[in-house]
Design a protein around this ligand. Sequence first.
Ligand code: C2E
Ligand code: MG
Ligand code: MG
Length: 534
Amino acid sequence: MSSSGPKPGSSGLLSARRDAMVLAVLITAVLLLIWNGSAFFNHLRIEGSAFASDVRVASTALTLNVALILFGWRRYIDLQHEAEVRAEQEKRAALLATTDPATGLYNRKGFADRAAQLCQEAGGRSDNLVVISFQVHRFKAVNDQHGYEAGEWLLRSIADALRDELGDGAVIARLSGDEFAVALALGEAGTQGAEELADQVLRLVSRPVLLNDRIIQVGAFAGIASAPAADARIPDVLRRADIAMDRARSGRVARPVWFDAGMERALIAHGEIEQGIRYGLDHEQFVSYFEPQVDLASGEIVGFEVLARWKHPLSGVIGPDVFIPVAEEIGLIGRLSEQVISEALREAAQWDPALKISVNISPSQLTDGWLAERIVRILSETGFPAERLVVEITESSLFADMDLARSIVTSLKNQGVRLALDDFGTGFSSLAHIRSLPFDIIKIDRSFVTNVSEKRESAAIVRAVTTLAAALSVPVCVEGIENEDTFKAVVRLGCAIGQGWYFGKPIPAEQTRELLAARHRRRDERPPAAAVHG
Ligand code: C2E
Ligand code: MG
Ligand code: MG
């Protein structure tokens, strides 16, 4: 409502006052009529003179007419005024409902309405609706470093630049804090050039701007989607452009990214996995499998690594490469790992007390200050001795918060838990990491082990690690021993412990129990001398 516009409260009061006045005149006129009417009939009866009474009746009728006209006129003026005020208010409400007040661009609703209109107009020409969705990168940093007003100013300057550059044909909207969208109706050739247009948008948004002697520059990520205008559903096209923009952002791609159907399929699959994980956690679908770890010199099983498996009711047994990254992303990896560890330790507490049990801890779990307490609680709940537990962490865990990782590890080691450095040799490997925490075992990643018997570089790396580990008196475990050649090669290179399909694949708890029972029977059947040296 404009500042000069009427104030709704005072206009109501005024019209009420006017109505009261008009009503007073009306009542006076009616009273006059009653009084004069009775006087008239009295007069007829008593004096029989008609003239004086005629004058009185006429004057009363005139007063009544004037009062009625006045009343009607006032009502008409008031109603007209009220209709104008209401129309103005409705116009303002409609504007507010479809416009972003900070930039004057359309908001989400306005965008949907106006783009739908655009489609209607363009459908007949068989044009395409092209939607460019983009997000300003580091916008929050502008707010934080330069203040909220600078952020608002930047948004307005982006909006102005877009309006100037794209012209009236484009529907431009600010959808949320730092998200914008542009819709255009383009012919076939124009659609081919949409990427150039989106690139132009990116350049516009990321050009440096001067505010109070300070240069502000942000970046942007853009996604593009298109559909035939005749049957385009705006929310769908916008969602696809958003998916493409998400892809650009997650891949840090500075150029616009076109939507393709594979992105949507991946997203649906991701969403289904996410829902499935939540359901599976509540319905005990995550179980532990056990992979034997063997003393390479004697061939004896010395422990098991616990590996999570998802027993999916429709898809069967699913490996961790499918669900661990999603569980990490949605913040459920801690709950999942703890469920698996708890089940595994409850089971393994019944086994040969000489067997060690290794469990995996994701990098994100090592940023949880309560991790050590949780593991200690699992130990006490399952009755599993701390000395039999080995916690495996990867090198990448050490980068997020080394101090926190050190404090978690120290708490666990104080309880008697052992610590393994998992997947050594991958990622940002450094021999210095071996010394960064008090590791009890180093596990060389299977990528070095698989071809250790053929590749000299792999053999050299395995030898370097075993030599350093020996100097530090830390045993080395090799992962991924798949055949006899590899087994012999790693023994030659001085590795103490190994695991891999050559010794056995990960198996469920019941099978592990059977394996251990068979091992026990074999031991019992051995002659006494062999048992002593075996
Ligand atoms: P990891 O800890 O390095 O586990 C070893 C992986 O190598 C396992 O894959 C195992 O099945 C596989 N493997 C073992 N021997 C061989 C072999 O001879 N050849 C081949 N090709 N592969 C072999 P898996 O079970 O798919 O686990 C993958 C990763 O998932 C694990 O790598 C671990 O980092 C993670 N993970 C598994 N369970 C859990 C869990 O409960 N919590 C967390 N946080 N991570 C887990
Ligand atoms: Mg592991
Ligand atoms: Mg590993």
